[in-house]
Design a protein around this ligand. Structure first.
Ligand code: GDP
Ligand code: MG
Length: 183
């Protein structure tokens, strides 16, 4: 690959999708990561369709195009166009609402129906700040992730904990897979 010189940055644009039940914090995870903002009473209308974020991976500049459902999931109307071309996914539940964890298998099915089986996926247990209201243990999240071959992390869009790491884990893995293919 003699023509891949150091000057060639921004060669990569990765489409990443956020999925998971309504109100688990998808839009706030993106707002925290991309703009360092948080909306205490967010409505689905605050969502952007997607946000392009420059990231540094192993000293290389990579662009992640991160898609948000912007409320479509409330009507179970996430379209196949939403998934098309995705190489990464954050599948999000709320650690304080078990029902959102129970929905994960449905979201994984939908993801696999509409996209490549190899889409790099991380299971995200959001709202880790809500310690007293926890309904899903960290161990349960880990077990599910391992069984499904997913990365796993708990985050808080409210206090910022692990938010950047969640996105970076996915983008770094995509980058690594791609580099192995190129070389
Ligand atoms: P979405 O429907 O999945 O996009 O969820 P939103 O991002 O709109 O968040 C739904 C609600 O949960 C809003 O009231 C947010 O302020 C709140 N929320 C989101 N993330 C967190 C978090 O990490 N901790 C807490 N305590 N609340 C959160
Ligand atoms: Mg939203």
């Amino acid at each position: 690959m003699a023509f891949y010189s150091e000057e060639r940055t921004e060669d990569y644009l990765f489409k990443i999708v956020l999925i998971g039940d309504s109100a688990v914090g998808k839009s706030n995870l993106l707002a925290r990561f991309a703009r360092d903002e948080f909306y205490p009473n967010s409505k689905s209308t605050i969502g952007v369709e997607f946000q392009t974020q420059k990231m540094d991976i192993n000293g290389k500049e990579v662009k992640a195009q991160i898609w948000d459902t912007a409320g479509q999931e409330r009507f179970r109307a996430v379209t196949s166009a939403y998934y098309r071309g995705a190489v990464g996914a954050l599948v999000v539940y709320d650690i304080s609402r078990r029902q959102t964890f129970d929905s994960i298998s449905r979201w994984l099915n939908e993801l696999h129906t509409h996209s490549d089986m190899n889409v790099v996926t991380i299971l995200v247990g959001n709202k880790s700040d809500l310690k007293d209201a926890r309904e899903v243990s960290t161990a349960e999240g880990k077990v599910l992730a391992e069984a499904q071959g997913l990365f796993f992390i708990e985050t808080s869009a409210l206090d910022s904990s692990n938010v950047a790491t969640a996105f970076q884990t996915v983008v770094r893995e995509i980058y690594n897979i791609l580099s192995r293919k190129v070389i």
